[in-house]
Design a protein around this ligand. Structure first.
Ligand SMILES: Nc1ncnc2c1ncn2[C@@H]1O[C@H](COP(=O)(O)OP(=O)(O)O)[C@@H](O)[C@H]1O
Ligand SMILES: [Mg+2]
Length: 213
């Protein structure tokens, strides 16, 4: 694959969207072609699935339905957007990917890890990120950042996952920490409490290592 695939992971409010944009701007300034995407989403069908997944009215959704819908959205995203962009030598920056499945549906919901890994394999069909930035933050701080944003972006309501109890979000954070230890080559853990510019510099250095490889 000629392009590079970089994913951003971590709890809500960690700064994934912010950092993705900052990194993308640097890469574009270097003349790279950058594609920005997110999960669940990125294609028309995947965005439709996103609406079902995040709709706060869908309180009766069972854990397996949730896991399968995330995987379904990912399979479409990989084939329609990510793989073609990588074959076209682009940089694909993605807000969440397979590690969120392990952290949220595995550590958070308690679904069997072997099953989730198989589901991820089916959804990705061989596409693995070249680099995964895991933004680590106390979930309470992440939630606080998002609530502040909500005051300025009025009308933005909490989604079904954000409405989960803080204990759920703590398990998810532990999941991300575990993933960083288990995949030291691909996953790089960064302290998301830092101010934006410092964090952007740290992330850029990690990306440069991948570029120089
Ligand atoms: N390093 C940071 N320090 C303080 N606030 C931040 C930082 N990074 C992002 N924010 C703010 O926190 C909120 C959530 O950031 P966002 O990038 O949307 O996080 P995520 O995509 O991980 O949910 C936004 O209002 C953003 O401006
Ligand atoms: Mg985001």
């Amino acid at each position: 694959m000629k392009g590079k695939f970089i994913t951003f992971e971590g709890p809500d409010g960690a700064g994934k969207t912010t950092q993705m944009k900052m990194l993308g701007e640097r890469l574009e300034a270097m003349g790279k072609k950058v594609v920005y995407s997110r999960e669940p989403g990125g294609t028309r069908i995947s965005e439709e699935i996103r609406k079902v997944l995040l709709n706060p009215s869908n309180i009766e959704m069972v854990d397996r339905t949730e896991a399968l819908l995330y995987a379904a959205a990912r399979a479409q995203h990989v084939e329609e957007l990510i793989r073609p962009a990588l074959e076209d030598s682009k940089f694909v920056l993605c807000d969440r990917f397979t590690d969120s499945t392990v952290a949220y549906q595995g550590f958070g919901r308690g679904i069997d890890m072997d099953l989730l890994n198989k589901l991820n394999s089916m959804a990705t069909a061989g596409i693995v990120p070249d680099l995964t930035i895991i933004l680590d933050i106390d979930p309470a701080l992440g939630i606080r950042r998002i609530s502040e944003k909500r005051v300025t972006d009025s009308g933005m309501e909490k989604d079904r996952i954000e409405l989960e109890h803080i204990n759920f979000h703590k398990k998810v954070r532990d999941g991300f920490l575990h993933l960083a230890v288990a995949n030291p080559g691909r996953c790089k853990l960064v302290d998301a409490k830092q101010e934006m510019e410092a964090l952007a510099n740290e992330i850029y250095l990690l990306v440069k290592e991948v570029l120089d490889k």
